[in-house]
Design a protein around this ligand. Structure first.
Ligand code: ADP
Ligand code: MG
Length: 299
């Protein structure tokens, strides 16, 4: 038995002659914070719309909780695709009460619970219009939490927020995952995915370009950063070093790229020493998802 919360199998969605999502397949492991990462227009929102039954795919299939697609398990999924239309003159509590009655999810206890999780209990009787943007977004997340779903689906959860609001939402997402929920979130911010997510599917123009554990996707290349008194000389002697895939000279250091497992710091140090260079600095630098993302999406 697999422990996937969601399996997507070959989904394609077209709008006229635009292919928004092209033969997309991936699995979302239980308990993961799964990021769907891609630039604007890459098909993230369309994908979320399909798995939430808001949109219909032209072909392909998906299944939640390893169950047949006609199984009614939608009450186990909470989602925030676009900002809900809360009533400005009503309190947070009353807004959630309305949401709860419309969606028939949870009860009064579940409203209090959701407000507590998003840390709005003390402000629950204040009118929505008095809320900051960050608080409004937390209230929207509270609405998704009604009925205590196992999975949460968020589309660009930090869009439009100030830096404080962004940090609050990211912390909240991590906290929800710690409580055992699986989170699926679309984002065009690789920094966000890198900071928050455990897994990632990278999309480009409707196609999946990479998918997996965030650390594995980042770490399939090793970057060694080093410097010496004379970096030009260092660059020169390392240009032909065994198994180097790429060498770059930065302002204050030289970078060597290796395939995972090919670099050995001791050997590099020894090699330089034998060539008469004493290194001041020699360390592994994690390849940032930013670089990876740029490489994946720009050709
Ligand atoms: P993302 O969320 O990654 O920004 P979308 O899923 O919103 O991407 O859009 C993917 C592609 O589908 C884009 O080219 C977009 O212009 C197109 N698209 C999305 N919704 C519609 C629609 N309702 N009608 C026509 N084209 C659409
Ligand atoms: Mg979108």
């Amino acid at each position: 038995m697999s422990n996937n919360i969601l399996s997507i199998n070959g989904i394609t969605k077209k709008y006229g002659n635009i292919t928004a999502v092209n033969n997309l397949s991936f699995n979302v492991p239980q308990g993961s914070i799964f990021g769907i990462l891609g630039p604007n227009g890459s098909g993230k929102t369309t994908t979320l719309g399909i798995i939430l039954d808001v949109l219909k795919a032209n072909s392909g299939s998906f299944s939640w909780f390893d169950a047949p697609s006609n199984t009614n398990n939608r009450n186990r999924i909470g989602s925030l695709l676009e900002t809900p239309n809360f009533y400005h003159y009503l309190s947070a509590f009353d807004n959630l009460k309305i949401t709860q009655e419309i969606n028939k999810r949870g009860n009064e206890y579940s409203i209090e619970e959701a407000l507590h999780i998003v840390r709005l209990t003390e402000r629950k009787n204040y009118k929505f219009k008095t809320y900051s943007l960050g608080m409004k977004q937390r209230l929207a997340i509270a609405a998704a939490l009604l009925g205590n779903p196992d999975v949460l689906v968020f589309d660009e959860p930090t869009n439009g927020l100030d830096p404080v609001g962004i940090v609050e939402i990211r912390e909240l997402i991590k906290q929800l995952a710690q409580q055992g929920k699986t989170i699926i979130m679309a984002s065009h911010l690789l920094d966000e995915v890198e900071k928050v997510c455990t897994h990632v599917a990278i999309m480009k123009r409707g196609n999946l370009v990479a998918c997996g554990d965030v650390n594995e996707i980042i770490a399939n290349e090793e970057i060694v950063e080093l410097n010496a008194v004379n970096n030009e000389q260092l660059y020169g002697i390392l240009s032909n070093y065994n198994l180097v895939k790429k060498i770059t000279q930065e302002k204050n250091y030289v970078e060597l790229a290796f395939t995972q497992g090919d670099s050995k710091l001791d050997d590099i140090n020894k090699y330089c020493f034998e060539k008469g260079i004493v290194l001041n600095h020699l360390t592994y630098k994690r390849k940032s998802l930013e670089v990876k993302f740029f490489e994946l999406t720009n050709n």
